[in-house]
Design a protein around this ligand. Structure first.
Ligand SMILES: Cc1cc2nc3c(=O)[nH]c(=O)nc-3n(C[C@H](O)[C@H](O)[C@H](O)COP(=O)(O)O)c2cc1C
Length: 338
């Protein structure tokens, strides 16, 4: 157990939120994370209220789950339905809106807003958000801001009083421990969970992440055929995917089957390749954060959360007391030391 202001508020044991990732984060993944004590998140964008009520009927969740909404046209009835079913309603990419926060609260849920700048964090708090996630430019997927995680986190922590999660480029216990030590109330991790047993990612996508080395990602507008990119085409993807799509001399990269319906995937579509996709997977939107180098295996999500929590605890216990007692004492005559 790693208690923080976030875990206290939400009622979970581990200050790790698995980020929403469209078809890459199916309910099985979110449930596994929640069962292990973290917060599991599903994407409900585009679902009707009835689909939300009927779609998550696998019994009451065994922990804290969040439902994510993106894009501009959010159906208030869907928000109301989600608020009654999920502990957290999670919003991203649109400007913070008091109306949506009120709908979350009325239904009994907390409201979390992921932001990409200090100004946006202020607007989210003014709108009534209970939790802020700050997304640094290291993040995989659509990147909202232009600032790296640590400077953004520091500025936001100086200014806001609600629990703040750090997002972008975190895939290891070292990253989690560093963010908690810096004052974050928890972390939000996407890329690391793509390579987990319950992830919805296509096996070739997972293999590409496992094979990725240093500097393997870039922010690109190469997959701008999507609703989010319509407002701002900025997403961090594997460099190899940008090269592959640029080389491809066809308008269609494959097909996708979801809920029994098949349709073609146009070149440069923003859809990350899930298990129901066929075609040139290597030329699809292989979203990945800068932390991809730390993704080297495919554990179950539960084992991943438990291992991250245990190793974070260990790192904090070992490093912080050692730092406070073992810091070298400045000697007289050392250059730069008065
Ligand atoms: C494959 C993928 C899909 C994503 N889809 C969404 C999404 O639908 N909604 C959302 O709020 N964030 C989405 N994100 C961004 C995450 O919320 C988060 O900011 C990001 O994963 C953090 O960086 P990391 O991937 O380096 O951990 C996605 C990220 C990835 C990697």
């Amino acid at each position: 157990m790693l208690a923080t202001a976030f875990t206290e508020l939400v009622g979970c044991d581990v200050p790790i939120q698995q980020a929403p990732m469209g078809p890459i984060s199916p309910p099985e993944l979110a449930r596994a994370v929640a069962r292990a004590g973290g917060v599991g998140t599903v994407s409900v964008t585009g679902m009707t209220a009835d689909e939300i009520v009927g779609g998550f009927d696998g019994g009451p969740p065994d922990g804290a789950m969040a439902a994510n909404f993106v894009t501009a046209d959010i159906d208030p009835a869907a928000v109301e339905a989600a608020a009654q079913r999920f502990r957290i309603l999670d919003f991203f990419w649109r400007d913070p809106e008091p109306r949506l926060v009120t709908l979350a609260h009325t239904g009994g849920a907390l409201a979390l807003w992921q932001v990409g700048s200090v100004a946006e964090a202020h607007r989210a708090v003014e709108a009534g958000a209970d939790i802020i996630a700050v997304q640094g430019s290291e993040a995989g997927g659509h990147v909202r801001g232009r600032t790296a995680l640590l400077p953004l986190l520091e500025s936001v922590l100086d200014d806001v009083r609600v629990p703040v999660l750090a997002a972008g480029g975190i895939a290891s216990a070292r990253g989690v421990a560093a963010m908690l030590a810096a004052g974050a109330a928890g972390v939000r991790m996407g890329t690391r969970f793509i390579a987990s047993a319950e992830s919805g990612a296509h096996p070739e996508y997972v293999s590409a992440l496992l094979a990725a080395g240093p500097e393997a990602t870039q922010i690109s507008d190469g997959f701008a055929e999507c609703p989010l990119c319509a407002t701002m085409p900025r997403a961090r993807v594997l460099r190899s995917a940008v090269a592959a799509v640029d080389d491809l001399d066809t308008d269609v990269v494959g097909s996708t089957t979801m809920a029994g319906t098949s349709r073609s995937v146009p070149k440069r579509a923003g859809l990350p390749p899930h298990r129901g996709v066929r075609g040139y997977v290597e030329a699809m939107a292989l979203y990945a954060g800068e932390c991809v180098t730390a993704v080297n295996d495919v554990p179950t999500a539960g084992a991943l959360v438990r291992e991250l929590a245990a190793n974070t605890r260990d790192l904090l216990d070992r490093s912080l007391p050692a730092m406070s007692t073992d810091l070298p004492v400045p000697q007289r005559g050392v250059p730069g030391v008065p």
